[in-house]
Write a protein that binds this ligand. Structure first.
Ligand SMILES: Cc1cc2nc3c(=O)[nH]c(=O)nc-3n(C[C@H](O)[C@H](O)[C@H](O)COP(=O)(O)OP(=O)(O)OC[C@H]3O[C@@H](n4cnc5c(N)ncnc54)[C@H](O)[C@@H]3O)c2cc1C
Length: 342
């Protein structure tokens, strides 16, 4: 004889991480009647899709844009566009290369459509989480599983109990630390090198470039973006330093990064106007190392714990969204498996 497990409407799910993965998972499960609560150590939702608010407008310090390949993400992006939560970024692209000091700058014929959140990169994430209870400024440092129920413990000295399932959408190093502190199997060994660091620097100058998405083959940089055609953003440059240079100078202060960014804008983009540093932000776990194979979702199905993120499928915003859908699907499928009666 078989019976189905508790009905979705009665099941409580804790989603750790309010980035796009967590938001997509939480939204899908809530629509299916699950009671979902999302936890994040940040002050608000968005994760690596984050823009910093300033008096002049937003600064996109993390993801610069997102692209669309799959039909399912295309449908979601259409909904965000229709609701005014996303917009097309009408950018023109270029390639900057610096080969042993030989600098070349070429405009490129790139027809790729690129989208941004509106008014900030985190807007689509916040839209997905609109109706879902969230606990922010909550750094979860330990999990405990007793009698088929999860309890979460936070750095702030609080605990949250009674969850049937847990979804971890943290970068793998942080997920691994959480598993270790919870005396749970350390499932993330192979994934801990997936996400690499990136220093991001915002710089203001009156110079308006002809190209505003500049891909770099450069000893220090990987991408320069200009926000002039991004809705509700401060018109300024955002420079993303590459993994090697960011890792080499990981603990340098903001002043070091402002000096580096200024020198690059002067020397490589020939900017003569006054340059004003705005913000420098260090991402310890930024984007995917292409040399490491993406592991897919990671699971402890007996305890109803699943983990995933952009890193599960190759990085990027779209893969975070797909990971969120797949995490939700894993919970739903587990619920529909028949269980032997004792
Ligand atoms: C500088 C930079 C540039 C990028 N550029 C692009 C781009 O142009 N295009 C593109 O497609 N992608 C880009 N990306 C990648 C893109 O931002 C990510 O793929 C996507 O946002 C990942 O979403 P996620 O939900 O999987 O992870 P995250 O957004 O990292 O969400 C994880 C969340 O978990 C929370 N968290 C971690 N530990 C804990 C804990 N112990 N307790 C509670 N909460 C915790 C974090 O605060 C975070 O909010 C870029 C990323 C960076 C950093």
């Amino acid at each position: 004889m078989h019976q189905f497990k508790r009905k979705a409407a009665m099941k409580k799910i804790a989603v750790l991480g309010a980035g796009l993965t967590g938001a997509a998972a939480a939204n899908t499960l809530a629509q299916q009647g699950y009671q979902v609560t999302v936890f994040d150590k940040g002050r608000s939702a968005g994760g690596r899709m984050s823009s910093k608010r300033t008096e002049q407008g937003y600064l996109d310090m993390g993801a610069q844009y997102f692209t669309v390949r799959s039909d399912v993400f295309k449908q979601q992006v259409k909904e965000w566009l229709d609701a005014g939560q996303a917009a097309l970024w009408p950018c023109s692209t270029a390639l900057l290369s610096n080969d042993d000091g030989l600098v070349s700058f070429k405009a490129s014929e790139d027809k790729q459509e690129r989208f941004i959140g509106v008014p900030s990169m985190q807007s689509p994430v916040k839209a997905l989480l609109q109706a879902i209870p969230q606990v922010t400024s909550c750094h979860v440092h330990k999990l405990d599983y007793q009698q088929q129920s999860w309890t979460l413990f936070s750095d702030e000295g609080l605990s949250y109990t009674g969850f049937d399932a847990v979804l971890l959408t943290l970068p793998p190093v942080q997920a691994q630390q959480l598993m270790a502190q919870s005396a749970l199997p350390e499932l993330f060994d192979a994934a801990t090198h997936m996400l690499e660091p990136c220093w991001a620097v915002a710089i203001h100058t009156d110079a308006m470039p002809a190209q505003d998405a500049i891909f770099c083959q450069h000893p220090k940089l990987r991408f320069i973006s200009h926000q002039q055609y991004k809705t509700e953003r401060t018109p300024c440059y955002i420079l993303h330093f590459n993994t090697a240079f960011s890792a080499l100078h990981l603990n340098e202060p903001a002043a070091f990064w402002f000096a580096e960014a200024t020198a690059i804008l002067r020397q490589e983009l020939q900017i003569q106007q006054q340059i004003t540093p705005l913000v420098a932000h260090r991402w310890l776990y930024a984007s995917q190392n292409d040399q490491v194979a993406a592991p897919g979702l990671i699971a402890l199905p007996q305890q109803q714990l699943w983990a995933g993120g952009d890193w599960s499928y190759g990085g990027r915003v779209e893969n975070a969204y797909l990971a969120g859908l797949n995490l939700a699907q894993a919970v739903i499928e587990q619920d529909h498996q028949p269980q032997e009666l004792l």
